[in-house]
Design a protein around this ligand. Structure first.
Ligand code: FAD
Ligand code: NAI
Length: 468
């Protein structure tokens, strides 16, 4: 039997490890249980971090081939060294995951390697890969076991020809034709990686639009940009089967509303139709922790489950499956357990699609404001009218700001453009402080920056933008 802990966290993804560090900083004796060889969960090992490494390399490769000549740089035709690109990705993952080990040591968090099962409230059993069992006694438990890729019925993932995001992060060669199932964040990000490296990419999406949940106008314009980059879209279409054939695959597709089936041949199929909460092996049934219809752990506004002393955060509970949402919940639950007033403002969680250009969003979309019957005003500013964007050949996209018609309070901001994922935070901070479009418009912005477009959009909600 190990020592008694104040808090034991199961899962070391961004939810779990951040919770562990904050709880230790607040004076708790903390244990964390992780079944994978490296800490950091989906995000650091097979998600955010490796995908951004590949997006960065492929973006530079694409720029070297296409923008460099226009900028007066002559490097000849660039060649991609796939092994080198993958080695960079693996180095970045290693450096980040070992950083978590350092944080645990620094904050005196005790790590247990193995699968954690809640044997009773206050008791976690850890089963190591070699079968060794350790019992942990603990005052509180946080479930932070994350999510796994969803699959289509009857389709066998081999992570080589029929892959999830995990396989798509380590293909051994650039596919001639990549079929992406699902026009969500994973499909468009990883589709972009392989498209830039030379693959033909066809995206089959069940709905009649891409990026559901993002602002409709943004999604429409962004789809046009991706089409110009060579993406082919089959919207309102579903995949009803995938067979391996020769060296590749053949997928059967059908109109979502019903109709004649057709076939698409490709080298690799990426199934990117969402992720499912992961609670397998936790023993939740025996301790009576309630799950909802979608398999998510049900929590109240203090992250408490229906069983006293058992909490849950991150992808395994309701809300957007985002690393920063998991992290913020990790901090909030640690603070609540320490008697502080931890909370997460779910109205101001930015979302970023790390394509080129990036798509970033915070707050309400126009579609949501219309549905809620809120009187709003909207203004847009295009990067074609921004000096810095012209200098960088980054004029694709725009900033759109939505504000309350009566009070001018900013309700949402949506940006398509280079660096959108960084720029969105000025809107996020503004919204956290309940700021108005006028507050943003009167804030001096350095020139020349892409961020001036954010200010110009805010000006458009008052007396008018200067540069359009
Ligand atoms: P996870 O990160 O999934 O971690 C759960 C951990 O729990 C894992 O390490 C698992 O091994 C462990 N575990 C599970 N069960 C047990 C058990 N019984 N015992 C012990 N350990 C257990 N989000 C963003 O915000 N930005 C991005 O750019 C982004 N990119 C992504 C790209 C891809 C390809 C994918 C797949 C996801 C991406 N995400 C991104 C989503 C992000 O990865 C998740 O939202 C985030 O990792 C959720 O964190 P979590 O702590 O809830 O769970
Ligand atoms: P997603 O929910 O973003 O998109 C899935 C898409 O698949 C949707 O458009 C959906 O309509 C479509 N779909 C569902 N079933 C289908 C079917 N049978 N046929 C065709 N299309 C179908 O999920 P995705 O892209 O798998 O990502 C999972 C999670 O990971 C997301 O919640 C996302 O937040 C997170 N993530 C975040 C990233 C970021 O923040 N940059 C990057 C990658 C993932």
């Amino acid at each position: 039997m190990a020592d008694t802990f104040d808090l034991t966290i199961i899962g070391s993804g961004p939810g779990g490890y951040v919770c562990a560090v904050r709880a230790a900083q607040l004076g708790m004796k903390v244990a964390i249980v992780e079944k994978w060889p490296n800490f950091g969960g989906t995000c650091l090992n097979i998600g955010c971090i490796p995908s951004k490494a590949l997006l960065h390399v492929s973006e530079l490769y694409e720029e070297a081939g296409h923008s460099f000549p226009q900028l007066g740089i002559d490097v000849g035709t660039p060649r991609i060294n796939l092994e080198g690109m993958m080695a960079h990705k693996d180095d970045v993952v290693k450096s980040n995951t070992s950083g978590i080990e350092y944080l645990f040591k620094k904050n005196k968090v005790t790590a247990f390697r193995g699968t954690g099962t809640i044997s009773a409230p206050g008791k976690v059993t850890v089963t190591a890969e070699d079968g060794g069992v350790t019992e942990i006694a603990t005052k509180n438990i946080v479930i932070a076991t994350g999510s796994v890729s969803a699959n289509l019925p009857g389709i066998e993932i081999d992570e080589e020809r029929i892959v999830t995001s995990t396989g798509a992060l380590e293909l051994s060669k650039v596919p001639g034709h990549l079929l992406v199932i699902g026009a969500g964040v994973i499909g468009l990000e990883l589709g972009s990686v392989w498209a830039r490296l030379g693959a033909k990419v066809t995206v089959v999406e069940y709905l009649d639009r891409i990026l559901p949940g993002m602002d409709g106008e943004v999604a429409k314009q962004f789809q046009r940009m991706l089409t110009k980059q060579g993406f082919a879209f089959r919207l309102a279409t579903k995949v009803s089967g995938i067979e391996k054939s020769g060296e590749g695959i053949v997928a059967t597709i059908e109109p979502a509303a019903g109709g004649d089936a057709a076939q698409i041949e490709a080298d690799v199929a990426l199934v990117a139709i969402g992720r499912l909460p992961y609670t397998q092996g936790l023993g939740l049934e025996s301790v009576g922790v309630e799950l909802d219809k979608r398999g998510r752990v049900v929590t109240d506004n203090r992250y408490s489950t229906n069983v006293e002393g058992i909490y849950a955060i991150g992808d395994v509970i309701a809300g957007p499956m985002l690393a920063h949402k998991a992290e913020d919940e990790g901090i909030a639950v640690a603070e609540l357990l320490a008697g502080q007033a931890g909370h997460v403002n779910y109205g101001v969680i930015p979302g970023v699609v790390y394509t080129s250009p990036e798509v970033a969003s915070v707050g309400r979309t126009e579609d949501e404001l219309k549905a809620e019957g809120i009187a709003y005003k909207a203004a847009k500013f295009p990067f074609t009218a921004n000096g810095r964007a012209k200098a960088m050949l980054a004029t694709d996209g725009f900033v759109k700001i939505l504000a309350d018609k009566a009070t001018d309070r900013v309700l949402g901001c949506h940006i398509v453009g280079k660096g959108a994922g960084e720029m969105i935070h000025e809107a996020a901070v503004l919204m956290e402080f309940g700021g108005s479009a006028e507050d943003l418009a009167r804030t001096c912005h350095a020139h020349p920056t892409m961020s001036e477009a954010v200010r110009e959009a805010a000006m458009g909600l008052g007396d008018g933008s200067i540069h359009i």
